[in-house]
Design a protein around this ligand. Structure first.
Ligand code: SF4
Length: 318
């Protein structure tokens, strides 16, 4: 059996990279441009809770140039001119509604934002990050309509498959809510993906390897993984200071080894959009492997997979 039979994703990697997924779809590189449309979150405004998820400090996760004081088209044009200076081989751009919960507004407001984005030249699609409990029938009906007009992807914040953890981090929803949201998107043929965090309190690498079967059964096209980074000033920082023994900290080498094993169990159909997060060091409350670039994580995981003669999905099961 040749390497291309084992790794059929087109770029020679031992895992199904999001770049390969997008190249297969668009015939070239497509760049996501984050925008901040000024949304809030039901876990902050009192609808689901106040104070938000215990790890959340949104400004740590969003680029500083994205601010709702600028229009969507301004933010997109600025993002494009930045990338044009760095990479001229981009075939198009995706407007990425990233900050807070990007379906938490009346449908007519969502429609106006998306129309503005789609009217910017070279925008070829829209990606929307949201909570699973912000996808009511009216929103889903609208998203189905939107997906008929452009390439649409919805990223759902699943974070953990364990209800005990979701309660502990004050997510305000359970795992069944995430499953339901993804199945609803799937039923409407809307491309979707999930976001998961490794390192939440009370969880361990063995449990994440157990949970991969639940993840494998989710009806989606892509997935993002982040290692937990504890952010200064959050409720989680206080929890960590009181109970550090409840948190699993990865060394860089430990995370690479864990990821390689996790990928070997992961559904090979999922495109992996992220393997790790990189919050600016000034925001983090705990020492970590700062200064290591994302590309170095990717290279180390690839090397580990090659040395262990493994690849995404080698041990896949549901
Ligand atoms: S749902 Fe997202 S934006 Fe809202 S508090 Fe949680 S992490 Fe922050």
């Amino acid at each position: 059996m040749s390497d291309s039979d084992l790794f059929p994703w087109g770029d020679g990697r031992r895992y199904h990279s999001y770049n390969a997924f997008m190249k297969a779809r668009y015939g070239g590189r497509v760049q996501k441009l984050p925008v901040n449309a000024g949304f809030t979150c039901p876990n902050r405004d009192g609808t689901r809770g106040v104070g938000g998820c215990s790890y959340c400090l949104n400004k740590a996760f969003n680029p500083s140039y994205c601010t709702p004081t600028k229009s969507i088209s301004e933010q997109l044009r600025e993002g494009m001119s930045f990338h044009l200076h760095h990479n001229r081989n981009i075939k198009g751009y995706i407007a990425y509604f990233q900050a807070f919960s990007n379906t938490y507004a009346p449908v007519e407001h969502l429609r106006a934002l998306h129309e503005e984005a789609l009217n910017v030249p070279n925008i070829v699609g829209i990606t929307i990050a949201t909570r699973p409990d912000c996808l009511g029938d009216d929103v889903l009906d609208y998203l189905e309509e939107l997906s008929g007009k452009t390439r649409l992807c919805v990223e759902v914040g699943v974070e953990s498959c364990r209800d005990e953890t979701l309660r502990r981090i004050h997510r305000g929803h359970d795992f069944a809510c995430s499953q339901h949201a993804l199945w609803q998107l799937h039923a409407r043929n809307i491309e979707c993906g999930a976001h998961l965090i490794f390192g939440l309190p009370g969880e361990s690498p063995d449990q994440w390897l157990e949970d991969v079967r639940k993840v494998n059964a989710l009806p989606m096209q892509h997935i993002k993984f982040h290692q937990l980074q504890i952010i200064k000033g959050t409720a989680m920082e206080q929890e960590y200071l009181s109970h550090p023994e409840d948190f699993h900290h990865f060394t860089f080498e430990g995370y690479v080894t864990f990821l390689a094993e996790h990928l070997s169990h992961l559904n090979p159909a999922f495109a992996v959009e992220r393997l790790a997060s990189a919050v600016p060091p000034r925001y983090t409350a705990t020492p970590g492997w700062h200064g290591i670039k994302y590309d170095a994580v990717v290279r180390a995981v690839e090397k580990h997979l090659a040395e262990s003669d493994s690849h995404q999905g080698k041990l896949f099961s549901i």
